[in-house]
Design a protein around this ligand. Structure first.
Ligand SMILES: [Mg+2]
Length: 132
């Protein structure tokens, strides 16, 4: 599911950005203006890759790399804002569909059930640290 993949991206993306063995850069080290400038920079690189392809240079791989950078920075900016990227995409997508009078909607995130208080969601059998 896409929202699960975005959850994975968020966890690893923020860890890579902020950890000592990663980029060692706290999310609050950038203002939202600076995060948006980073995002715009990647969008500019995407445009440049598309321009090169239009002139017969570059490749779909170059374009894909820059598109991925845009998504990665969208996630970092959303993390810096303290919002869930999937939730705001769903909200905006559905609002636009409503505004334009078309039937297409994305499903809102279904909250995960809380983990089992006995096994913490490990599912281990009794005697193995799970239910017992
Ligand atoms: Mg780039």
């Amino acid at each position: 599911m896409v929202s699960d993949k975005l959850d994975e991206l968020r966890a690893v993306n923020v860890a890579r950005c902020t950890s000592v063995d990663g980029f060692c850069f706290a999310l609050h080290d950038h203002s939202l203006l600076e995060w948006s400038a980073c995002l715009a920079g990647e969008a500019g690189e995407l445009c440049n890759a598309a321009k090169k392809m239009n002139y017969g240079r570059g490749s779909t791989k170059d374009l894909s790399d820059e598109l991925a950078d845009v998504v990665i920075y969208c996630d970092l900016m959303a993390a810096a804002m303290g919002v869930d990227l999937w939730s705001i995409v769903v909200e905006k997508f559905n609002a636009t569909s409503e505004k334009r009078g078309v039937p297409y909607r994305l499903a809102t995130r279904t909250p995960s059930p809380p983990p089992c208080p006995k096994c913490g969601g490990s599912g281990k059998a009794p005697g193995e640290g799970g239910h017992g």
